[in-house]
Design a protein around this ligand. Structure first.
Ligand code: PLP
Length: 399
């Protein structure tokens, strides 16, 4: 492949340009769209070439589990968008979370994490890592003293997600980053809810960012994918040796779908966030709705921080109904447009009851700790007309 065919990435580009052009590596055929290399293996012109590749003297491809040109385009596009040196594409968001943590932790290490977490992240930290002798402390993300107090000499990683799923808690990334840095810990941020469009954690002190490509990057309900954004050193020394041998590779086809999804990521996330804000405002004034949680509503308990940290309030709205689980289920049953689904970041508006679905397995006690109530529903705002989404939710609440 001639390097002439490659668009030269510019860190000076705006996000929209990075999303359309970043990482583009054309073949000599000059195709407009990113090429899909649907192959598992690679061949060599001579045994010496193969030898050099395996000796890392030549950076060509060797095997699909190690890398693929379509996956590379996806990785370069996302790294450019986040202002990072490197990115590693993986099979799902959970492969990204697991890879970012497991590549660097060993028995005896300790992890400090916010307690408001996506269900599977909670399982990794509280049930899977402990089997390998890695201990943890969960803290109230908003309590900066608690973060500092939880760090021990064994703490290797500080982990958080903001906004959190489903209670949309906002954590001060820069302040926690300071604490992590002072303690010499690796600071990992799950930026899945905000996306790199609304929030850039590397500029606030994060060392590593994890993403689910499944959510907003695809954003059209088609493929699973994930990514870990980091320094080149973190990728080369920790991620590569771990991920190449454990195998959570991103399929080239999925990488290609994600590349096409990224072209419209900014447009979609901004439009969905504006719609979510309008819906949150209206629901807050709707009878039968006890409480609306939305980061850019002045009623949000970390409103000032959310305004400072996120350029828009995000695509998710969480609200609580007066009648508990029975009323939440009634509402879901009455929906005619919005679908019942635990997925999020999609072009289609989706609603779920976290206590019985995404956060079912963590148990009642953990739900209480995270503030997840039986009357709570989580709405992922899609790209339909705002009026139609609102009409549907209001008729469902009324009936
Ligand atoms: C969905 C999600 C994940 C996991 O992503 P998958 O692609 O489903 O594996 C991790 N963290 C958060 C906050 C999520 O919403």
């Amino acid at each position: 492949m001639t390097k002439k065919s490659r668009t030269r990435n510019s860190p000076k580009w705006g996000d929209a340009t990075k999303l359309v052009r970043g990482g583009l590596d054309r073949t000599p055929y000059g195709e407009t769209a990113e090429a899909l290399y649907l192959n598992s293996g690679f061949v060599y012109d001579a045994p010496e070439t193969a030898e050099n590749r395996f000796a890392n003297k030549d950076d060509g491809y060797v095997y699909g589990r190690y890398g693929n040109p379509t996956v590379t385009m996806f990785e370069e596009r996302l790294a450019l968008l986040d202002g990072a040196e490197a990115c590693y594409g993986v099979a799902s968001g959970m492969a990204a979370v697991w890879g970012a943590l497991a590549c660097q932790l060993k028995a005896g290490d300790h992890i400090v994490s916010s307690r408001a977490l996506f269900g599977s992240c909670y399982q990794i930290i509280t049930a899977i890592l402990p089997r390998f002798g890695i201990t943890h402390t969960l803290v109230d993300g908003g309590d900066l003293k608690a973060w500092a107090a939880a760090i021990t000499p064994q703490t290797k990683v500080v982990f958080l997600e903001t906004p959190s799923n489903p209670t949309l808690e906002i954590i001060d990334i820069a302040a926690v980053g300071e604490i992590a840095k002072r303690a010499g810990c690796c600071f990992v941020v799950d930026n899945i809810f905000a996306t790199p469009i609304l929030q850039k954690p590397l500029t606030m002190g994060a060392d590593v960012i994890v993403y689910s490509g499944t959510k907003h990057m695809d954003g059209q309900g088609r493929v699973l994918g994930g990514a870990i954004v980091s320094t080149k050193q973190f990728k080369d020394e920790l991620l590569k040796p771990f991920l190449r041998h454990t195998g959570p590779s991103l399929s080239p086809f999925n990488a290609w779908v994600l590349l096409k999804g990224m072209e419209t990521l900014k447009l979609r996330v901004e439009a969905q966030s504006e719609a979510a804000f309008a819906i949150a405002e209206t629901l807050a004034a709707t009878r039968g709705v006890k409480r609306v949680i939305y980061p850019h509503l002045p009623s949000h308990k970390q409103y000032d921080l959310a305004k400072r940290q996120m350029s828009k309030g995000g695509t998710m709205v969480t609200f609580e109904l007066e009648g508990g689980k029975a009323q939440a289920f009634d509402l879901l049953r009455q929906l005619r447009l919005v679908d019942i689904s635990n997925n999020l970041g999609d072009a289609k508006s989706l609603m779920t009851h976290p206590a019985s679905t995404t956060h079912r397995n963590i148990g009642e006690e953990a739900r209480q700790m995270m503030g997840i109530t039986e009357g709570m529903v989580r709405l992922s705002v899609g790209l339909e007309d705002v009026k139609d989404i609102l009409d549907d939710i209001r008729q469902a609440i009324a009936s």
